[in-house]
Design a protein around this ligand. Structure first.
Ligand code: PLP
Length: 472
């Protein structure tokens, strides 16, 4: 029997790798087996297409290509130019953006590029102006001192971490929390929803240079039109980090007030979450910020990864196909079915449901910490991650929440009926787990964990992952 193209490609690649370091080839094979067997509910993960994966394993990875298309610091970048321009073109078309910068290696990197661009655009600094027009040799020590002082301590207002914001939106463990004078807006303690009047009030009081919207663990839509009005009312630059929900924007599930691109001055994203591309980041903006954004490398980024930019071009081309819109809608349908399934079994959900790809369980209703719940689910073949809930009494390490998301299972083809079965499996595990003597310890009958694990495998059996890939 002749093998299909995907199987031939991956088998051949593993054979070549095995001849050098067999343990790496084995680990790659084992990773596929693990991914095939586990019920992956990590809201930030997905399964990139074979075409996207294969695009990353080639000689583009050997190239240095600092600079931008047509303006490189190295000779011989004509083919890198081709793929970078293609990725940017697809991104602009897909999201309706005037400018796309596809070099960031990750979401955090994309945010750093955006912060730089906003600071360079907004901060009144004569020394910075000199530096920008490449008169750096004319700058005195006093100029450099002034430049550092003028760039420092600028104000950022972002969504609080325990309401679902991201570390890079001004929080201490990230450089944004050290560079910026940061305040946050939370969610309403009763509804769990963003209260736009409170955001406006915080903005009026604090007068931020940057207003950031976007989240890692907020299960609702955000009205970007209102957020832009708030930013405008205090003269702030409005930045949206759509890392989590870029696939829903690409698939036109989030349109109008809920599409950040027409409303924000600058939009950052990852390419590997709901967008289903390679691991990486991207920045979209209008012409005003484009020049500064394009300085991302070497301003804050290391040399571009041309093999990943090529894979971004492939994945973005996939996202422009009509079936991606269907995929994006199914992500949300599945998340809502999962939320319904959990609610009907008595699980507490932050905000009482979802409008996007993720659901945030408050597992204190089961008497558990997030850490205990996460491990008990893992023992039962269900992969999730613990997450703080608003005003979490257990803090960011143990937490009281479990975040789950549907982009990955939707890629496998699971639908709303399977989401109800998934809710049943989750509820079974959590209701049968009891807390142990510490916030990390718990008691779960191994026979039950084993039974649920088998049920999860059976559920997945009807939806093979990478069905065209047979490693033999
Ligand atoms: N921004 C948001 C909203 C995220 O949720 C994440 C990752 O989880 C990031 C940025 C960082 O992305 P990366 O891990 O690619 O740096």
């Amino acid at each position: 029997m002749s093998l299909n193209a995907e199987s031939t490609a991956f088998r051949s690649a593993l054979e070549v790798i095995r001849a050098v370091e067999p343990r790496v080839a084995d680990a790659i094979g084992a990773e596929l087996a693990d991914q095939r067997e586990s019920l992956k509910l990590i809201a930030s993960e997905n399964y990139a297409s074979p075409a996207t994966l294969l695009t990353m394993g080639n000689w583009f990875s050997d190239k240095y290509a600092e600079g931008t298309v047509g303006r490189r610091f190295y000779a011989g970048c004509q083919n890198v130019d081709t793929v970078e321009a293609l990725a940017a073109e697809h991104a602009k078309e897909l999201f309706g953006a005037a400018h796309a910068y596809v070099q960031p290696h990750s979401g955090i990197d994309a945010n750093l590029v955006a912060f730089w661009a906003i600071l360079a655009d907004r901060v009144e600094s004569p020394a910075l102006k000199k530096a920008q027009v490449r008169q750096v040799n004319d700058l005195t020590e006093a100029d450099w001192f002034a430049l550092r002082r003028e760039l420092g301590n600028q104000r950022m207002l972002g969504m609080s971490l325990d309401s679902g914001g991201h570390l890079t939106h001004g929080f201490r463990p990230n450089i944004s929390g050290k560079m910026f004078d940061q305040r946050s807006y939370g969610t309403d303690p009763v509804t769990g929803l963003i209260d736009y009047d409170r955001v406006a009030e915080a903005a009026r009081e604090f007068k931020p240079l940057i207003l950031v919207a976007g989240y890692s663990a907020y299960p609702r839509k955000v009205n970007f039109r209102i957020m832009r009005e708030i930013a405008d009312s205090v003269g702030a630059t409005f930045m949206v980090d759509m890392a989590h929900f870029a696939g829903l924007v690409a698939g036109k599930v989030f349109t109008g007030d809920f599409d950040p691109v027409p409303h924000a001055h600058i939009v950052t994203t990852t390419t590997h979450k709901s967008l289903r591309g390679p691991r990486g980041g991207m920045v979209l903006c209008g012409p005003e910020l484009a020049d500064q954004v394009d300085r991302g490398c070497p301003m804050v980024l290391g040399g571009p990864l041309p093999h990943v930019m090529a894979a971004k071009a492939v994945a973005l081309a996939e996202a422009r196909r009509p079936d991606f819109a269907d995929y994006a809608q199914r992500i949300v349908d599945n998340a809502q079915a999962l939320a319904e399934g959990l609610l009907s079994r008595g699980t507490k959900l932050v905000t009482g449901g979802t409008e996007n790809h993720l659901v945030l369980l408050d597992v204190s209703g089961y008497g558990l910490t997030g850490r205990q719940a996460e491990q008990a689910l893992l023992d039962s073949g269900i992969v999730t991650n613990r997450n703080a809930v608003p005003q979490d009494p257990n803090g960011a390490w143990y937490t009281s929440g479990i975040r789950i998301g549907t982009p990955a299972l939707t890629t496998r083809g699971l639908g709303t009926a399977e989401m109800d079965q998934t809710a049943e499996l989750i509820h079974t595990v959590l209701s049968q787990t009891t807390p142990g003597e510490s916030k990390a310890k718990y008691v779960l009958d191994p026979a039950l964990a084993d039974k649920v694990s088998k049920q999860a495998t059976e559920l997945l059996a009807g939806f093979p992952l990478y069905p065209a890939v047979d490693l033999g």
